[in-house]
Design a protein around this ligand. Sequence first.
Ligand SMILES: [Zn+2]
Length: 256
Amino acid sequence: MKADDGEKVQRNSPSESQSSSATPWEFEDLYPQRRGSPKKINWWRAMWGLEGREEIEKMKCERHAYWAMRNHPLVKVLIGALNSAGCEFDMSRHISCETCDNKIAGGFDPEFNQVVICQNVARRRKTVQGTLIHELIHMFDYCVNDLDFKNIRHLACTEIRAANLAHCSIMSAWVSGTAKPWHFKGKHADCVKQKALTSVMSVKKISKEEAMKVIDEVFPQCYADLEPIGRQCRRNSVEPFLVWEEAPMYGYDYHL
Ligand SMILES: [Zn+2]
């Protein structure tokens, strides 16, 4: 499944945009600052000091992302796994804080192989961390597992994995903070399906029924695939730190 280092270096280089086979981004309007259309200055907002807020939001977002990259065990494990698979990770190249549509906290742009963090929505450190983990799982699947975002089954699979390893484990109090252990398994699986459904429908123009059918089909194998983290980490538990301690055994190469 893994390609050689040479191929990976090429894929993560700035010219990796996969030109003719590039996946056109559906719902591009969610990310107005992408694809070369610079935001027009709104003079009314500028007059009231609202335009300048964007720069402050960007700085805070980048500071939170940098903090997570240096301190959050799962972010470090994911970066280490990307590096050791030959998908060299560089913050200035692979993370972009931007103003997006206010429905979303982030995204992964496969054409530029870049994580987008929506600075106007993900304002808190924990939200930036969760978004980063979610999107780094997409980056891992794209680079290491040859994910094809045009293939709905691949998309459903990576959304299941991201929901499983990030949102429904480390972020969601609904399943990990309040669920009793004997209810955890069922609730967790429900959470993953619901989150994957929302994510698939936010990037693909398909019906809820169609999306759910594909999610159900790929669910067993994608829910069981915990690479490269290796376990589900409950919110506020020591598990993320255990994962980080185990990382050298897998040869993960973490550096910034
Ligand atoms: Zn996603």
